[in-house]
Design a binder for this molecule. Structure first.
Ligand SMILES: [Ca+2]
Ligand SMILES: [Ca+2]
Ligand SMILES: [Ca+2]
Length: 176
């Protein structure tokens, strides 16, 4: 009963997203749908969004892989992602992100902003950002709690796959 209700909800949001994607077509501002647009045709289909979300859910749901994401799993996953970002930015692998490394992948119009971010984050007197200094720029506990709470729409303390899959459609609906 509960599962079928959730499926109906998921399909409803999927239908909403289709309408939204059609509506967003031709607009110049960045749509959140863009990040799910795998084939680059300017819009994300429901399938693209759902399969990207399902892959991400499988990445998070690992201990145990039981079809639900606990807060600990979510928290650990975000921490791992921050570590991966650090490794990616630290091109010369000296465990410090230099200003040059920090700015290397930024869009030109964001370079000034990220220069100021770098200066504010580099507080311990070393030449670049250490993993700890870089960690400060990642999501903090309060934000992680809010994100997890927003995903857990049935308030059972864990995020089911369906809750995770429909989240972008939920957000879209609230924004409109
Ligand atoms: Ca799990
Ligand atoms: Ca480095
Ligand atoms: Ca839940």
């Amino acid at each position: 009963m509960k599962t079928s209700q959730l499926l109906v909800t998921a399909l409803f949001f999927a239908a909403m997203a289709l309408t939204g994607a059609a509506h967003a077509q031709g607009k110049h501002h960045r749509d959140p749908v863009e990040k799910y647009d795998k084939d680059g045709d300017g819009q994300a289909t429901v399938d693209e969004i759902l399969s990207a979300r399902a892959a991400k859910f499988a990445e998070i749901d690992v201990s145990p892989a039981d079809g639900f994401v606990s807060f600990e799993e979510f928290n650990t996953w975000l921490g791992t992602r921050q570590t991966e970002r650090f490794t990616k930015l630290d091109a010369d692998q000296n465990q410090l992100i230099s200003q040059e490394e920090f700015l290397a992948t930024r869009k030109e119009k964001k370079v000034d902003l990220f220069t100021r971010v770098f200066t504010l984050a580099a507080t311990d007197g070393t030449a670049g950002l250490s993993a700890d200094e870089f960690g400060v720029l990642g999501p903090q506990t309060g934000q992680i709690i809010f994100r997890f709470a927003s995903l857990d729409t049935d308030s059972d303390g864990k995020v089911s796959q369906i809750e995770y899959l429909v989240a972008p459609f939920n957000r879209k609906r609230h924004r409109n």
